[in-house]
Design a protein around this ligand. Sequence first.
Ligand code: AP5
Ligand code: MG
Length: 219
Amino acid sequence: MAKVIVLMGAPGAGKGTQAQLISRRFGWPQISTGDILREMAEQDTPLGRHIKGVLASGRLVSDEILADIIQERTQRDDCRGGYILDGFPRTIHQAELLDRLVRERGHELVVINIAVARQALVARLAARRICPRCGAVYNMHSRPPREDELCDRCGTPLRRRADDHPDAIQKRLEVYQKETAPVIEYYRQQKKVAEIDGGRSMDEVFEDLVRVIEEKNGR
Ligand code: AP5
Ligand code: MG
């Protein structure tokens, strides 16, 4: 049965970093709702401007907008053999929508929670840099670029994300506790969650993820 890998975890837990690695290893597409929304926010339209404002504030974009995005993206051909969700679902409402999509399409959910202590999250987000051109993710401490603030892959000057400033980081962590932590509980009650200690090195976290996915895939 095709798998839908759901990476749960607070802002800065490493969802994007690990989703890219899993995608490369297993060949499934990475669907990052944050990346999709950041792209939409570049458009100079009422919707684009609305999303841009919400992202910079650290709040969640509405369930209605997310429902349109996720339904459209997951029905594309590349999702037939499975896909990786990074940043979705973030509310109970979104989790219920995902349950319905997965059931209708005969997929199976594999939910993995990447747990990291709050202090480490804040430090990671403050030191994160991203490549605006190819999407590569860096960290000035744990994964610095080879050349000062330039992307290793394409040489583009790296940037901070608009929501990686202290106020938005605090807001995102708050919203996570209030809206998204209950989603993990929702899956825990269904005994669907594999827990991973995300406070270790990227390679160690990745090894654990591969083990969990291969175990589920073997069934
Ligand atoms: P989104 O883009 O999903 O942001 P987030 O959840 O805040 O998570 P991040 O992307 O900040 O962290 P990450 O876990 O991906 O960590 P990363 O791998 O980059 O969402 C952004 C916004 O979009 C939301 O605030 C909301 O407004 C909106 N949105 C998105 N989805 C939505 C939804 N479903 N509903 C409503 N609104 C939605 O790693 C972080 C840093 O740490 C990097 O620098 C990385 O290099 C480093 N790092 C990673 N792993 C390690 C490690 N093991 N050790 C040391 N450093 C590490
Ligand atoms: Mg991310």
